[in-house]
Design a protein around this ligand. Structure first.
Ligand code: ADP
Length: 281
């Protein structure tokens, strides 16, 4: 366990039994340090993450079929993009399979909701990242009644079965739900309006979505209650402090990668012989 954590992050952030309405989005569960200490630790841990990801990639190139998939969920401004840029951005991009899921296209709509998800799964040895995911099909879809309840209701069980299948095939899932407070969200949206370099991130519909906050909280609660399994547990990240969210996700990824017990793949050639050949070349 890294220093400054009083509990391992995968325990401190575990969703089990958590009530979202009681969550302190400015909290730093399990972490005893302040921002400066958090940022210092993040710099150290980023190096560890990058080394582990390289091992995963190296093993993938040598026939290991395992992969890791980070599933990022959160309301607008929760900081999913920051995780992709700063946490995932710290590892070798060729080892990352990134996918984001917006409003489904006509083709996607005409298929099963997991169709587009299956197509985007990480390849062997890759660190996959889903910026939004199959969970939108029981979040935005449920909140806005985009399909009737008899369609979205069975999806929780389908998602559990799907994730079981992924885990059985060797994909470790790291599911992360990020939450900012309404005040913090307002601040971040205002910043997008105050800064021309942030206009591109602003979507007027984000303001309307604030009115659905309680409905989203409820929909997220059902997701946590029904789809946090022992093989693919949810983690809840209070995200008002960006440094904490980034540190937390880094730790969860490290934990998942360490669980794979990745050594460097052995040489597929005689090292001494190749040394001799190189000396003469
Ligand atoms: P972001 O807002 O994350 O930067 P986009 O603008 O590309 O990304 O699209 C995200 C939007 O797509 C969100 O409003 C999200 O709720 C919506 N979305 C994602 N999946 C679905 C889905 N299955 N059905 C309807 N809307 C969806």
């Amino acid at each position: 366990m890294a220093k400054k954590w009083s509990l391992p992050p995968n325990q401190a952030l575990r969703a089990d039994g958590l009530r979202i309405t009681e969550l302190d989005a400015a909290g730093t569960p399990g972490f005893k340090g302040d921002k400066k200490q958090g940022q210092g630790l993040l710099a150290e841990r980023t190096t560890v993450l990058s080394d582990l990801q390289e091992r995963l990639y190296a093993n993938g190139r040598s026939g290991d079929t395992r992969s890791v998939l980070l599933v990022l969920q959160g309301m607008d401004t929760a900081g999913k993009g920051g995780i992709v840029r700063h946490v995932i951005g710290s590892v070798d991009p060729q080892g990352v399979d990134h996918a984001s899921f917006g409003v489904p296209t006509e083709e996607e709509k005409s298929n099963h909701f997991l169709w587009r998800i299956r197509k985007a799964l990480p390849r062997a040895g890759q660190l996959g990242v889903f910026d939004r995911s199959h969970y939108e099909d029981v979040l935005v879809v449920r909140v806005h009644n985009l399909v009737p309840p008899e369609v979205w209701e069975p999806r929780y069980d389908e998602i559990n079965a799907f994730e079981r299948e992924l885990v059985d095939q060797g994909t470790t899932l790291v599911k992360v739900a990020m939450f900012v407070s309404l005040d913090e969200q307002k601040k971040r949206l205002r910043e997008r309006l105050d800064r021309p370099d942030k206009y591109w991130k602003f979507n007027p519909a984000d303001i309307d979505e604030r009115g659905y906050w309680p409905a989203y909280q409820e929909a997220y609660q059902v997701v946590l209650d029904r789809t946090s399994t022992d093989y693919a547990p949810w983690h809840v990240i209070p995200a008002d402090h960006k440094w904490f969210a980034r540190l937390a996700v880094t730790e969860l990824l490290i934990d998942a990668l360490e669980g794979l017990k990745l050594d460097w793949p052995p040489a597929q050639f005689d090292v001494e012989e190749q040394r001799r050949r190189l000396a003469l070349a």
